[in-house]
Write a protein that binds this ligand. Structure first.
Ligand SMILES: Nc1ncnc2c1ncn2[C@@H]1O[C@H](COP(=O)(O)OP(=O)(O)O)[C@@H](O)[C@H]1O
Ligand SMILES: [Mg+2]
Length: 236
């Protein structure tokens, strides 16, 4: 399979704090790739660098073979990359429907947008029941569904998912991952950031483990799940 996304030697810093250094990472077309690591390892920075919310100080980022490391963040969304930020950041004072419309802010096809809102409701029926409700009044699980649905409104080919399981009950995590798998079966490639290694290794085909901003381990998820050192350090 060809690589949809490829990072080569990507670094990023906040002032003098080197957050990631020399990251090499690939997401094959159609894959779910997991990016794991402890708090502060550089996972979110990696996603933000791909989305161009944080500038890369070195390296190149190729999407469908084309360099995007100097594109604007809007151009990256237009190219087909959509990020689901960590922390379930919904627009709390806006309704569910308005949140979904915000996800389509770069589009100008009202009809397509309406169809895609219906499609989002098909993936997440609970959002349909809540569509006039202020997003701030939703439960944590519903807010996580809403931020995923909002990211899908940009019609991405690659979804960058930042810690979708954080703070959710096992039952809700299972529900969210059922939807992640359905999206993937229907053609969406996914780069999945997780601290929950057992969930992420179960859901992905390949995984990278970051330590202090560098790739410490990479391999097939099935192999890493059996690996004693990985189990000791990350699965517990
Ligand atoms: N806005 C910021 N300003 C300064 N340092 C930051 C900022 N965001 C993250 N960092 C630092 O960069 C490193 C990587 O953070 P982050 O990418 O958020 O890690 P993770 O998502 O794996 O928890 C950490 O040392 C963190 O403290
Ligand atoms: Mg993070």
């Amino acid at each position: 399979m060809a690589d949809l996304l490829e990072l080569r030697g990507v670094s990023a810093a906040y002032g003098r704090i080197q957050a990631i250094a020399g990251i090499d990472l690939s997401v094959p077309e159609g894959a779910i790739v997991a990016l794991l690591g402890a708090n502060g390892a550089g996972k979110t920075t990696t996603l933000n660098t791909i989305s161009r919310l944080v500038p890369a100080t070195t390296g190149s980022i190729l999407f469908e073979g084309k360099p995007i490391e100097r594109a604007t963040s809007h151009a990256v969304v237009r190219a087909g990359i959509s990020q689901v930020p960590e922390g379930r950041e919904v627009f709390r004072e806006m309704s569910v429907a308005e949140n979904l419309e915000m996800g389509a802010y770069l589009r100008s096809d009202p009809r397509g947008i309406r169809d895609d809102i219906e499609r989002a409701f098909d993936y997440f029926p609970i959002l349909k029941q809540r569509y006039q409700q202020k997003a701030g009044t939703l439960s944590g699980g519903e807010q996580q569904m809403l931020v995923i649905a909002r990211a899908l409104m940009a019609r991405p080919r690659l979804l960058l998912l930042d810690e979708p399981s954080l703070g959710l009950s096992p039952l809700l995590v299972e529900k969210i991952f059922e939807i992640i798998h359905r999206l993937n079966r229907e053609g969406l490639s996914i780069l999945l950031v997780e601290q929950n290694a057992s969930v992420a290794l179960g859901a992905s085909s390949e995984a990278y483990i970051l330590e202090n901003g560098e790739v410490a381990v990479k391999g097939k998820s099935a192999d890493l799940r059996q690996d004693d050192a990985v189990r000791r350090s990350y699965i517990g």
